[in-house]
Write a protein that binds this ligand. Structure first.
Ligand code: WTA
Length: 635
């Protein structure tokens, strides 16, 4: 009996119970029936959350690209695998069939080999949302190289930090990118980054905007020329189940970004299985996720999950506002999109515009509409449900993380009844726990606390690249024998989960996770700045915006504060990228600190939100008087 496709609520409960009672038998059946293995595993699961060490399907051999491409060729070689919709609506969309994808990936894989890339080498991919991005990801996987995709909105400093952290040998980029009416000069960002990356000896450059770029002799090569000369056959490298597939960086509460490592077999099984169920994907459906492949949502639900199911996956190069605010809806009509997956920040931005932008288009092809990346507020949920789903296509509010690899808590459309703002029930095999601050599990319903997961699922990240100790401390020490998510959650009277937001110093701005430390480091580079602290405050489109408290070196500094604000944001743009710019900057003379010198962000957060009525006990502060002053000075 296959439990691969869940269609009713009773079936969900039955399969869920099985996945918890007999996880190994359950996952073994899923793995056995739905994937192509070159050698079977010896053991389904071994795990120890203390060490921590997690292994799924140990001993198995496979290649994920055989599962995502080769095995579909006999039955759906001519089916569109990737449907590329360019930034400019006047440029023709590209339908890349599975047969064509096979050739493109193999050619690219051969180019990587010719350039000296071998199994286990790290390759950094810094590309816009063009087909070469998906193809280069798959080409790495074909030969067992570990891809590290860096979102092409990050600055050169952010790029070089990531390249060096995982010691990438090669960078794949393009001359530039189109984003709405703008073009961005990606190659020169790479050139700048590489001044600090001595180990990168090869740069492959795709042509997209046909701009003049400088090519460094011996290092930089035009991708197309190499592809033209490469064979379209490349035998897949046989990978161990636990061989790393990719590294993807995510922000932490403190310190530099964490290179989360995902491995091959478990990641493949879980992303494929969740994709099938979350989107109730049926043959001939056209599926579209608007995320960028630079984020985990793009890895799991544009590339690997859909392709492992032989689906048609749309890749959109542009932005929701270009040429106007109807672009998303126009694309849905044009390609008869059946499943649509986007972020609350995009929904909120589009909900602000006139409804004409939506009503002009025929959205009747839609069957499922999803949300991911941050809590979706009630108003946005209803707007999405009423105007896009037309109260027929269920809204799935999917909670998960870079670290979890795939969707963890979410309604299954047409299976789980939905309630606005609730991620509802755990997916098959996921065992959530809600904890109090003392570390006790809050059992039963109607409880609120911190969200942990008690038992491993196949696509949990296995480590942080080069820093297993940090992996252990971040995720497995706060709550013994549990994976700690960093999120708060409640479980209501019916057992439904609602995610309440981060409980650490990660701030989600427009769906992007930002750690406070790197932003503060960037600000502190300004010669006039002595110290700074960043907190989040609610913003009606971004979800959260950033509020910076900045202490200047010279008190009573006569320099123009508006200029300083601009310079500070410029520094942040250079060090991280425009996504991390501050919405508000308050110059102040002190920051509330504990006696051990830690900044009390809780207080700063409340002040930034304008909620100063109940600041809690400030008497234990080193400098309680500073709080009053900050409130008075508030802009
Ligand atoms: C938040 C994105 C509420 C959460 C896939 C999580 C959400 C962080 C939801 C991970 C949701 C994601 N409801 N919060 N449906 N989805 N989050 O790593 O705080 O970019 O920990 O992965 O986003 O963000 P990441």
């Amino acid at each position: 009996m296959s439990n691969y496709h869940i269609k009713h609520l009773e079936e969900y409960f039955k399969v869920y119970r099985k996945s918890v009672r007999e996880p190994e038998i359950f996952w073994e059946e899923i793995a056995e029936e739905h994937f192509l293995w070159r050698k079977r595993w010896n053991k389904v699961l071994s795990w120890d959350f203390q060490k921590p060490e997690i292994k799924w399907f140990e001993g198995a051999k496979l290649n994920i690209t055989e599962n995502c491409i080769d095995r579909h060729l006999v039955t759906k070689g001519e089916k569109t695998a990737i449907l590329f919709e360019p930034n400019n609506p006047d440029e023709e969309a590209q339908h890349i069939s599975y047969n064509e994808l096979y050739k493109k990936v193999n050619r690219f894989a051969n180019v990587l080999k010719d350039e000296g890339i071998k199994k286990g080498d790290r390759v950094c991919i810094y590309l816009p949302m063009i087909p070469e991005l998906a193809v280069s990801v798959l080409a790495c996987a074909r030969i067992g190289a570990i891809h590290s995709v860096v979102f092409a909105g990050f600055s050169s400093t952010a790029l070089s930090t990531r390249i060096n952290d995982s010691d990438c040998k090669m960078v794949i980029t393009s001359d530039g990118s189109f984003r709405g009416a703008k073009t961005i000069d990606l190659k020169s960002i790479v050139d700048e980054a590489l001044e600090d990356c001595p180990d990168v000896n090869s740069v492959l450059v795709a042509k997209r905007i046909h701009s003049e770029v400088t090519m460094k002799a011996g290092r930089d090569k035009w991708l197309q020329t190499l592809l033209d000369n490469a064979s379209s056959e490349c035998a897949p490298e046989l990978m161990d189940a636990e061989d790393p597939l990719f590294i993807l960086y995510t922000s932490g509460s403190t310190g530099k970004p964490k290179g989360m490592v995902h491995t091959t077999a478990g990641y493949m099984v879980y992303t494929a299985y969740t994709f099938k169920n979350m989107f109730q994907y049926k043959e001939n459906d056209v599926y579209w996720c608007t995320a960028d492949i630079g984020w985990i949502t793009g890895h799991s639900y544009i590339v690997y999950g859909p392709l492992a199911n032989g689906a048609t996956t749309v890749m959109f190069e542009g932005v929701p506002s270009y040429p106007d605010f109807g672009r998303f809806w126009e694309i849905i009509q044009k390609h008869k999109v059946n499943q649509f997956y986007t972020a609350p920040t995009a929904i909120r931005a589009l909900a602000k515009e006139k409804l004409d932008f939506v009503e002009k288009y025929d959205l009747s092809s839609l069957k499922v509409i999803g949300s991911v990346g941050e809590p979706i507020n009630e108003e946005a949920w209803h707007w999405y449900n009423d105007n896009i789903g037309k109260r027929k296509s269920p809204v799935i509010d999917t909670w998960w993380q870079t670290e979890t690899g795939g969707i963890m808590i979410s309604p299954i459309p047409y299976v789980t009844p939905t309630i606005p703002t609730y991620a509802t029930l755990p997916f098959i095999g996921v065992q959530p726990a809600i904890m109090d601050e003392a570390g006790n599990e809050l059992k039963g319903n109607q409880v609120e606390g911190r969200l942990c997961i008690k038992f491993p699922w196949p696509s949990i990240a296995r480590t942080i690249w080069g820093n297993h100790q940090r992996y252990k401390e971040t995720y497995f020490t706060t709550y013994k024998d549990n994976y700690f998510t960093g999120d708060g959650a409640l479980r209501d009277a019916t057992g439904y989960y609602r995610i309440t937001g981060r409980v650490d110093d990660v701030i989600i701005v427009s769906g992007h996770n930002l750690g406070t430390a790197p932003i503060e480091d960037a600000i502190n580079e300004h010669p006039a700045v002595a110290e700074s602290a960043i907190v989040g405050f609610p913003h009606d489109i971004k979800g959260n915006a950033l509020y910076g408290y900045v202490i200047l070196k010279e008190t009573g500094n006569t320099r123009d504060h508006d200029n300083l604000r601009k310079e500070i944001n410029q520094l942040i743009t250079e060090h991280i990228g425009p996504i991390a710019k501050l919405n508000k900057i308050q110059f102040t003379e002190g920051l509330p600190k504990t006696r051990s010198g830690k900044i009390m962000r809780r207080i700063l957060r409340k002040i930034a939100c304008g909620d100063t009525s109940n600041l809690g006990d400030t008497s234990t502060l080193l400098n309680p008087e500073v709080v009053e002053r900050i409130i008075e000075e508030k802009i």
